[in-house]
Ligand binder design. Sequence first.
Ligand code: ARG
Length: 463
Amino acid sequence: MNKKNITVWGARFKQKTSDLFQNSGTSIDIDKRLYNEDIKASIIHVKMLSKQKIISIKNAKNIIEGLKKIHKEIKNNKFKFQKKYEDIHLNIEKRLFEIIGKDAGYMHTARSRNDQVITDFKLWMLTATKEIIFEINSLIKTIIIKTNKNLNVIMPGLTHLKNAQPIYFSHYLLACVEMFNRDKKRFISNLDNLYENPLGVAALSGTSYKIDRFYTTKHLGFKKPTNNSIDTVSDRDFALDFLSSSAICSLHISRISEELIIWNSDAFKMINLSDKILTGSSIMPQKKNPDPLELLRGKSGTSFGNLNAMLTILKGLPLSYFKDMQDDKEIVFNTFDNIKKCIKILNEVIRNIKPNKIRMLNLAGEGFTTATDFADYLVQKKKISFRNAYKLSAKLVDYAEGKKKRLDQLKIEELKKIKSDLGIEALKVLNVTNSVNSKRSFGGTSLYNVKKMLKKYKKEFNA
Ligand code: ARG
């Protein structure tokens, strides 16, 4: 054997790996983040090997003690990660040899780095996914509290960014709860696949040793062993699940951020943001900019990019392991760090928003927003078809526009010009408060509905 070849596979290699490849093929800077999971999985693996009499009890004890020492070293920043040992698995194995000597050579019995890395990664992602679920929960709670404080605030509901129909601000906030609750459910359903234990499928075909995959499943906190060794080493769907759930969640964050940026603009002035979440300009002294919201909107780009990167990496790979897959961790770690931060930032932003109630109410009545209510009134009280009522209401809007009046400023005599048998109660439907509260259909904006939904969510989220 070439003495200079320090790799575990050095036995058949006559030349040292090129420096250029070693430096680019190494993943230790990224996957050292998996050290906790790697050591935990190795300890359970070794316990299983000794229980199955594949290695001796003494041997297993030595390995486990060594691994615990390594764990301490890494935790206390005493461990020297080395690029030449490629990844976290081999860095730890090399160090184990230094600490306990040749007994270390038994640790990798009946496994491959192919199943080892997925085991570590899935364990890490179980924790990461639960952390994201926790952050989403806390964001939802914040939104629920905001809803509770602003139950009666009326604002313009927009379509095409034009005033459409009045809505309750609280109803808008509960729409955000729906979005994030779906995100939460998506992350929760990802746990199912993550709970399948890959350990023991070895390189791709399983192993001839009498291993006990049910033992490692139980002791690593998985729920069942994976069914097929080939699929197991090929599968990165769990990473895609995480990346796509994160992409959708960041899409939601981005849309809400954009909306808040618009509401905060000088043209809209519908909300005030506290100084805590604003930044100034280096040249314009008057400026207070909503930078955190722009950051949130922008970060969705990275999140979509990461999903796309992972899909592209996998799309041409035949089944089983290829080095291409090594980049999965960098991508997932990056998305995790970003999405976690973004959810926390949005949480802080929402806590620091104040609706400008008077402005919102005024805008809610701008743009003839109760024209549909008037048409609906004619259909329901005057027994005419909706299309006919629509025409009459359009006439009323034309009239009001000509007179430069809002619909709720019209007098009964003016209404009678459109339809002579209209009584004084017809004026009521032009009022925005009456409009919102008439929307009692299930899921509609009426205060009655909002209160009912809020009650349900308060209970569900303990808010
Ligand atoms: N560092 C590798 C990765 O993350 C571990 C698996 C290596 N397996 C192999 N056959 N080279 O993908």
